[in-house]
Write a new protein. Structure first.
Length: 176
């Protein structure tokens, strides 16, 4: 790639940040880091446990600390958690340090992808489909605010999406 800044993926849970991110890292010869997995590794417990013990606020503090750390590493693809854009400090970090890609998908598609995943603390509600739509409505403007590139994940197979994104990154002018 023509720059060393980290490529940072943002978007809702189920948008494909981890799966497409791995493929994009492979296609561009970069290392891949999933911020949620890094948090779990550092804490030694799954994210739902962190939410249970510390609440969302405690989790978000940990998320900001690791985003700050990893966003300073050149030459990586970094997948953030869906709510990373909620904190203004995180949005500042994203826009100042990375080439940010918003992986966009419709609420119904997102719900279809995450409906059976029990490791999503924010979906442990009576109506998870409605919760996905609410979260998307709240977060979409923030994803758009920080994004250098918006990419619709739709129904593209992961390998095709990663290849298309790699080509897009090579042809999109961004500062080094």
């Amino acid at each position: 790639m023509p720059y060393s800044r980290p490529v940072i993926l943002v978007g809702m849970m189920g948008a494909g940040k981890t799966t497409i991110g791995r493929g994009l890292a492979k296609a561009t010869g970069r290392d891949f880091i999933d911020l949620d997995h890094a948090i779990e590794s550092r804490c030694g417990v799954p994210i739902p446990h962190i939410f249970e013990v510390e609440g969302e606020e405690g989790f978000r503090k940990r998320e900001t600390l690791l985003l700050d750390e990893y966003s300073q590493q050149p030459g990586i693809v970094l997948a953030t958690g869906g709510g990373a854009v909620l904190a203004s400090e995180n949005r500042r970090i994203l826009t100042e340090r990375g080439v940010v890609i918003y992986l966009r998908a419709a609420a119904d598609e997102l719900y279809r992808r995450v409906a059976k995943d029990r490791n999503r603390p924010l979906l442990q509600t009576a109506n998870p489909r409605e919760r996905v739509a609410q979260l998307l409505a709240q977060r979409a403007p923030l994803y758009e605010e920080v994004a250098d590139i918006t990419f619709d994940t739709g129904h593209l197979p992961v390998a095709q999406a990663a290849t298309a994104l790699a080509q897009l990154l090579h042809s999109t002018p961004v500062s080094p």
